[in-house]
Write a protein that binds this ligand. Structure first.
Ligand SMILES: Cc1ncc(COP(=O)(O)O)c(C=O)c1O
Length: 388
């Protein structure tokens, strides 16, 4: 087991060693770390729903009615009426014929991609797609072509040369998780039709947030019919847990029969399903939370840009603050925490070499005072480290 010491020491030398930061208490716009209250700017709980009283109540009621565990996988005896209700709700929310739950967004991507594609097929994947997409592609055994980030011409060049493959799958994040920019979906839909490719969009960061009704990037671009496979997660803006795929009935029927990460695992527990149901109700009911989120996003972005930080073309609630060097990224994150703002540094392999950054995420529940305080901390640390 000596290799472990060697690898850990190397990670430390490279500024790539990672440690868990423990949140004392619940998730909110402010959290406690090491006995101190700090502003949380690293959570995907964009609408603050993870601790919403209505959702907590729904989870508690579900435990009282249904118990804690589901006891089996979906195809054995773990399909409860709540799972069916949530799948129907997701389909109606996403305006698709049907939907299927997975135990996380990660396992959704693994299951879908590896069951849709195999040897003899080809997958075109944006270079900055999430790790779970990459893992799904690798697991499938299909030929993988990674096109430069959002480069439609490069994607078309690949597609032009793909006639020898059985199936073609284009897969892209809707909102890119570490860069916060939006995929050029209109152009991608056009190419998928032109070259008879299946199109899959991972809307993990757009669900609940993008589009007039929070239905995601499809709604945002007015492309409800153009996307064959809509994947998402209930663990970010929905504030609960679990992943899903929405699409045509036959796709869902196929996944029930073929997606191994759906088949061979115990289903999500009732409390989690009830939380998701209550959260989607809130998301569907009104845009107040989305309005607050976008106000906060603009205010924080303007503040960071005015100070001279490079926010790398963010177009969403995910705001990368470019640092570059791994060690400096860690240092800045630590200094910000001392100043009262919790912002995680993101380093390779999550982002490319030389592109380390602080990944700032805004929540609807941050107050103006929270954001003002965060900006003050950024100014102080950015100046000290000569980043601005
Ligand atoms: C783009 C993207 N897809 C998928 C996932 C995985 O979702 P989950 O956290 O539900 O496993 C994430 C986040 O972790 C993500 O950012």
């Amino acid at each position: 087991m000596d290799f472990i010491d060697d690898e850990l020491a190397q990670l430390k030398r490279d500024g790539l060693y990672r440690e868990l930061k423990i949140i004392e208490g619940g998730q909110g716009a402010r959290v406690r770390i090491g006995g101190r209250e700090v502003i949380l700017l690293s959570s995907n709980n964009y609408l603050g729903l993870a601790s919403h009283p209505e959702i907590k109540k729904a989870a508690v009621s579900a435990i009282e009615k249904y118990g804690c565990g589901s006891g089996a996988s979906r195809l054995i005896s773990g399909s409860m009426e709540l799972h069916k209700e949530l799948e129907e709700k997701i389909a109606s929310f996403k305006k698709t014929e049907s939907a299927i739950l997975f135990n996380s967004g990660y396992t959704a991507n693994l299951g879908v991609i590896s069951s849709i594609c195999g040897k003899g097929d080809v997958i075109f994947s944006d270079k900055l797609n999430h790790a779970s997409i990459i893992d799904g592609c690798l697991l499938s055994g299909a030929e993988l072509k990674r096109y430069p980030h959002k480069d439609i011409d490069a994607l078309e060049r690949f597609l032009k040369k793909s006639s020898g493959f059985k199936k073609r799958l284009i897969v892209t994040d809707g909102i890119f998780s570490m860069d916060g920019d939006i995929a050029p979906l209109k152009e991608i839909v056009h190419l998928s039709k032109r070259y008879s490719a299946i199109l899959m969009v991972d809307d993990a960061h757009a669900t609940g947030v993008f589009g007039k009704n929070g239905r995601g990037t499809g709604e945002y671009f007015g492309l409800d019919d153009g996307i064959d496979i809509i994947m998402g997660t209930l663990s970010k803006a929905v504030g609960s847990f679990g992943g899903f795929v929405a699409g045509r009935k036959k796709l869902i029927e196929f996944l029930i029969n073929r997606a191994r990460s759906f088949i061979y695992t115990t289903s999500l527990p009732p409390s989690v399903i009830a939380s998701s149901l209550a959260a989607i109700d809130i998301i569907e009911r009104g845009d107040d939370l989305r309005d607050s989120l976008w106000k906060n996003v603009s205010y924080l972005k303007d503040g960071l840009k005015d100070m001279g930080f490079d926010i790398m073309g963010s177009e969403s609630q995910i705001i990368p603050v470019f640092v570059g060097d791994t060690h400096r990224t860690v240092e800045m994150s630590q200094m910000l925490l001392k100043e009262g703002a919790f912002v995680q540094g993101i380093r390779p392999p999550t982002v490319p070499q030389g592109k380390s950054r602080l990944r700032v995420t805004v929540m609807a529940t941050h107050s103006k005072a929270d954001i003002d305080a965060a900006l003050k901390s950024f100014k102080k640390t950015g100046k000290k480290l000569k980043i601005v």
